[in-house]
Design a protein. Structure first.
Length: 348
């Protein structure tokens, strides 16, 4: 309907008959009546269609409707059961609910019947709530409606409103996407693609608030400064990206892996509170990071020291306490010769 509505106003339609004739009982020419009531029917006293507006003819495309019984063209659905002309005439002046038979069956129309002085009757119809459907199905134009009928203006408003709402939904979708992307970027380390300290602190705070069991592992790279000093920052960045891949490969979906400083990383591991599993995880990571890392024609050699703190379910310590305990274990690992993992259990 959208494409069709663009050409409605001023669109060509069937030229009404010349005004010299008069509709008996009305004193109007068929052309004037067609302009005033384009969806009208003139019936004989027996209910035979003697005249029809141009819009009414569009409901029955390709049919010769003049001379046919009105009740053969339309099904009267109310008020009450109407099966013959006598019942229809008895409801003159009442609001009628009709549906056409044939190709346009299912369209819901409203109408009112009024007697003419000649013994015939005039039925004026409208599409009511089915106007939008009728416009699309019957290819109606502005000229198919009475000049005082605001149906087309309302359809334009509906279409414009639909278009605006569509644009607003699309704008809202883009804004939500941009907001989510901004939030994601605000919590992501741009070099490694890991979470950053802000995201890690938020994750840790939530676990502490929920009194969930988890372990917190601090990871510090050994000999990283020597790589930077000898090969430059490009080599250092290459190493950091390699470390991020190693940590991500060992992490589970629910874990939070973050870069929280220059060569400092952190893993928050919900539900993982068995010391032996944590030590095995740490030793596996250290072993992988101890292999030389190729960079251009050089080899970068680093290691890692790791300290972890275990928090049992229901404890809910302050996040700073968990961080401090893990830090203590990290420095103990470094003091013990580096390239090792040490841990503790928070008791309160």
């Amino acid at each position: 309907m959208a494409a069709h509505l663009a050409d409605l106003f001023g669109a060509a339609t069937v030229t009404p008959p010349p005004p010299q004739e008069r509709v008996e009982g009305l004193g109007l020419s068929p052309g004037d009546l067609a302009r005033i009531m384009p969806l009208h029917a003139i019936l004989s006293s027996e209910g035979i269609l003697r005249g029809a507006g141009p819009t009414l003819a569009k409901i029955f495309p390709g049919e010769q409707i003049l001379g046919k019984p009105f009740l053969g063209l339309f099904e009267i659905r109310g008020p009450g059961w109407i099966g013959d002309m006598g019942a229809l005439l008895a409801r003159a002046g009442q609001k009628l609910h009709l549906s056409p038979r044939g190709a346009a069956a299912g369209l819901r129309l409203r109408g009112i019947l009024a007697p003419l002085g000649t013994g015939g009757h005039l039925v004026n119809l409208s599409f009511g709530i089915d106007v939008a459907r009728a416009v699309g199905q019957l290819q109606l134009t502005d000229m198919d409606f009475a000049p005082t009928d605001l149906a087309m203006e309302l359809l334009y408003l509906v279409e414009a409103n639909t278009a605006v709402r569509g644009e607003m939904r699309e704008l809202s979708r883009r804004l939500v996407g941009a907001r989510l992307q901004a939030q994601e970027e605000a919590q992501t380390d741009p070099l490694t693609g890991l979470r950053n300290r802000r995201a890690c602190d938020s994750f840790l705070t939530r676990l502490c608030r929920e009194r969930a069991p988890f372990s917190l592992m601090q990871i510090d790279l050994d000999y990283f400064k020597q790589v930077n000093d000898r090969l430059g920052h490009a080599a250092g960045d290459h190493v950091l990206k390699h470390v991020a891949k190693v940590l991500s490969a060992q992490a589970r979906v629910m874990d939070c892996v973050a870069r929280v400083g220059g060569d400092e990383f952190m893993m928050v591991l919900p539900g993982l509170v068995e010391p032996n599993r944590l030590i095995a995880l740490g030793e596996k990571i250290i072993a992988q990071l101890s292999h030389p890392i190729p960079f251009q024609e050089e080899r970068c050699e680093i290691s890692a020291s790791m300290g972890f703190a275990i928090v049992q379910a229901g404890l809910g310590p302050d996040p700073a306490t968990a961080l401090a305990e893990a830090d203590i274990m990290l420095y103990a690992a470094k003091a013990g010769g580096r390239g090792r993992v040490m841990g503790t259990r928070i008791e309160r």
